[in-house]
Design a protein around this ligand. Sequence first.
Ligand code: ADP
Ligand code: MG
Length: 384
Amino acid sequence: MGAQQVREGFAALYGAEPEGVWSAPGRVNLIGEHTDYNDGFVMPFALPHTAVAAVSRRDDGVLRLHSADVEGGVVELRLDDLAPESDRNWTAYPAGVVWALCQAGHPVTGADVHLASTVPSGAGLSSSAALEVVIALALNDLFELGLQRWQLARLCQRAENVYVGAPTGIMDQTASACCEEGHALFLDTRDLSQKQIPFDLAAEGMRLLVVDTQVKHAHSEGEYGKRRAGCERGAALLGVDALRDVPYAELGDALARLGDDEEAVRLVRHVVTEDERVEKVVSLLKAGDTRAIGPVLVAGHASLRDDFRISCPELDLAVDTALAAGALGARMTGGGFGGSAIVLAEAADVETITKAVEEAFATAEFTAPRIFEAVPAAGARRLS
Ligand code: ADP
Ligand code: MG
């Protein structure tokens, strides 16, 4: 949705022009899954799909929220009433950001917001982070808070963890806030240090497809939190602050120490090997050996499926079918339990692979997937 349309939507709702319009993208994660709450490495890039918000300041402690994508009218909240886990609706995401800013002592006094998003919701492409980051960036600009991108990402994560009640890591918000066009973001989630890695598949005759299985995940519920708690338990058993601190070279020893604690063994093995895979992909991309990342993606999928156990039949079918149809690599992306897979392919093979995946889903009587090409797009920014 364009800036102009959202601007007009705002004017129609609130009877005045907005002070500005901002956008923030969804993301796909190339590699590094469930490492971000283990202080590890991730490598997302921004999608061209964005949340766009028109925003004006208020000075009376009132927050008015409206989404073009949700039934129902304007939701009006008082900043004084904002409280963690008090809201089970979509409004918890933007309200949570306002809450986190106020809690941190930033002088936010209210706002009118109208937004629309092209990031598919619940598809593992971070529509929630796009929503948070677009609000955070708008308020940072309007109230002249002077916060840096990584600080906005931290506040958005706090909004999602504490206010919404979803125990997610820092990757999604940082990706939305910090990614750059034509690049993947190599992020160390321990200190948020980052490197922009050029990632231009088209120039090398390749494409990256996203296969949205249309199976909706629900992060706040259950399994994601269990994996996170299991990783923390694994770290405690090994006597480290976070699984990031288990060197890949010492994985064998670490697993031996966990003995017959099968669950801890599986979770630790995934996280430690996944961090290694991120570093491997970074070095392959730096060396210009892009096609060689394919097998690393495939190994990542196997680890998420067999050790971390967060795949599902639809994701496995998408990955297996794409590989059988000639893909260079494929894996599930995002939190798991549904959502999307990514497929790395030669440009010439895209049509064959797309058709094969669609046919396999039809044969399995799964809901038809949505398949689209992803090109690394810009991070959050002011549009007007
Ligand atoms: P993901 O981030 O993978 O898309 P989440 O469950 O984390 O999935 O976030 C999805 C939630 O974000 C939706 O249930 C809704 O509350 C909110 N959301 C996403 N897009 C919009 C939108 N355009 N308008 C209002 N709320 C939205
Ligand atoms: Mg999300």
